[in-house]
Each structure stands twice: as C-alpha cells, then as structure tokens.
Design a protein around this ligand. Structure first.
Ligand SMILES: [Zn+2]
Length: 69
C-alpha cells in the first residue's frame, strides 16, 4: 500500500496517543496526507474531505501497514 510521504510514523503515533487520551477518532488520507477525524480504528477506504479519494484509513490501520508493508 502506498502511503503519502507526509504521513510519518511520528504523526501516526501521535494520532494513536490522541485516541487514547482525548477520545478522538483520528485517521489519515493516504492519498493526499490529510488528517481525518471521526475515523474508526479499523476504517478503510473512507472518502477524504480534502481530495475526494477513498483513501482514508484509521490510525491503527495505517500503523499496521507501516509495520507490515
Ligand atoms: Zn485526501
């Protein structure tokens, strides 16, 4: 899976931390690199509000793909 260059391990780790501490539902658009909110941990292929691509994934899902590309 191709992950946008701006979606770094640091951003994903921070998002995972936010979910635990603020009850946020963070995710990322892997196509344009935008942050997304209201995304379940295992969300896949949600529509990005910014670019319109169905490439929004939950932070946990992105983290997993980074560990096992
Ligand atoms: Zn996007």
């Amino acid at each position: 899976m191709k992950i946008h260059d701006s979606v770094t391990l640091e951003r994903v780790t921070d998002a995972l931390h936010r979910r635990q501490t603020h009850l946020d539902d963070p995710g990322f658009c892997l196509y344009c690199g935008a942050d997304a909110e209201g995304v379940e941990p295992d969300a896949q292929e949600y529509e990005c509000e910014l670019c319109g691509e169905n490439r929004v994934y939950g932070a946990e899902e992105v983290r997993m793909h980074m560990a096992f590309p």
